[in-house]
Design a protein around this ligand. Structure first.
Ligand code: COA
Length: 183
């Protein structure tokens, strides 16, 4: 599964979006995304970026992770302007279990236009068509309604709540787990 996924990784296109590998040239667009407090509210235990060097490190991490087959991320580019407005991809790739985790984030200025629904549809189709992955899972903080609704619209099923699962902002918080199966 994992080898097929990485061997077939490529730019994905729709009329409106181009999903392409992230490069160091994307640093300033990434900074715009990750320096926004609303975008970062439910982003693991990280605070909004304050310095461009944090975005540069993020870009480097995405490049390295793809090269080393740790995880795959696409930059979501609005074709009309050429601007990178978000990222999405797969990590926690469990080859033996044919299971991957999905992740995504969108520049605050572009929320509510079905950009992420379109982007995730593309990468989910990519994963199922180009590998024998069986399960795509997602972990969401309960107050993150936008993320939960987005996943449900894409066919993900809520499986339950992992109680006190993660240390976040100084306290242990619950996390919802959702998944989409090949079948
Ligand atoms: C989650 C996020 C990517 C959604 O992106 P988006 O492009 O605005 O979402 P979409 O416009 O594609 O919405 C998809 C569906 O979710 C629903 N949705 C989106 N935001 C919603 C909200 N705030 N409340 C309720 N439903 C919402 C939409 O109604 C839409 O359903 P529809 O097709 O039936 O209308 C964006 O809010 C974001 O970047 N959040 C911060 C990062 C983050 O939380 N990442 C995930 C961590 S688990």
């Amino acid at each position: 599964m994992k080898d097929e996924l990485f061997a077939n990784y490529k730019t994905l296109e729709s009329d409106r979006l181009s999903l392409r590998p992230i490069t160091l040239d994307d640093t300033s667009d990434l900074f715009e995304i990750y320096s926004n407090k609303e975008v970062m509210l439910y982003f693991d235990d990280r605070e909004a970026f304050k310095d461009i060097s944090e975005a540069e490190k993020m870009a480097k991490d995405y490049v390295e992770a793809l090269k080393n087959k740790w995880s795959m991320r696409w930059g979501i580019v609005l074709k009309e302007t050429g601007k990178l407005i978000g990222t999405c991809g797969f990590h926690a790739i469990s080859d033996y279990d044919k299971r991957i985790e999905i992740g995504y984030d969108l520049n605050r200025d572009y929320w509510g236009n079905k950009v992420m629904k379109e982007a995730l549809s593309m990468i989910i189709s990519f994963a199922f068509e180009n590998s024998d992955v069986n399960r795509i899972e997602a972990f969401v903080e309960p107050p993150n309604t936008a993320s939960h609704m987005l996943l449900e619209r894409l066919g993900f099923v809520m499986e339950g709540t992992l109680r006190k699962h993660e240390m976040c902002r100084g306290e242990l918080i619950d996390i919802e787990i959702l998944s989409l199966l090949r079948e």
